[in-house]
Design a protein around this ligand. Structure first.
Ligand code: INI
Length: 179
């Protein structure tokens, strides 16, 4: 084996496996605005979670008026310590609002802040589209379902983070050996 091949073989890879979700506690926060689209995202997310072993009793769905309210409720949910991960769902459609950019960007910015401030996965499953047709395409028709995509993101992130935690324990053990 060449040195390069040897170095390549020494690399640690951490990928999320999606099979150990029985104990995962998932909060789904939902902006009700454009509810006829958003409820398809909720269905998609719940379906994906249940199919991957998450228990219904470990899933909580919280509904708020619109995408603009999602960061606050996601923050409270994270603060409560009741959830291992949060999925945010909503639909901001350019055609239906003059302040599309404001609502969409405040929602996205706020949600990413919650993930880093509270150290838990937060999936942004808020659709931002130019038209209702595009939103429908991404809510369970020809372009998939952004709700189920967001559910898969949190399951993968939980798996990755738990493996990193195992690596932390391993490093701590190494350090204590050095002492
Ligand atoms: N909220 C949405 O989730 N999607 C939208 O498309 C939307 N439009 O069109 O305005 C929307 N507005 C409401 C906003 O999220 C707040 O609920 C509202 O501004 C009160 O704070």
């Amino acid at each position: 084996m060449s040195n390069l091949q040897q170095q390549r073989a020494n690399i640690t890879h951490i990928d999320g496996n999606l099979h150990q979700n029985k104990d995962a506690r998932i909060g789904i926060v939902v902006g009700r605005f454009n509810a006829f689209i958003v409820e398809s995202l909720v269905d998609g997310a719940i379906d994906a979670l249940l199919r991957h072993g998450v228990l219904g009793s470990n899933i909580t769905v919280v509904r708020v008026p619109g995408a603009y309210e999602l960061p606050l409720v996601a923050q409270r949910a994270a603060e409560s310590d009741r959830f291992d991960a949060i999925i945010a769902l909503g639909a901001v459609i350019r055609g239906s609002t003059p302040h599309f950019d404001f609502v969409a960007s405040e929602s996205a910015k706020g949600l990413s802040g919650v993930a880093t401030d509270y150290n838990i996965p937060v999936a942004n499953g808020v659709l931002t589209t130019d038209s209702i047709e595009q939103a429908i395409e991404r809510a369970g028709t020809k372009a998939g379902n952004k709700g189920s995509d967001a559910a898969m993101v949190v399951l993968e992130m939980l798996a990755v983070l738990s493996q990193l935690d195992v690596e932390d324990d391993y490093d701590a053990r190494d350090d204590s050996d050095d002492a």
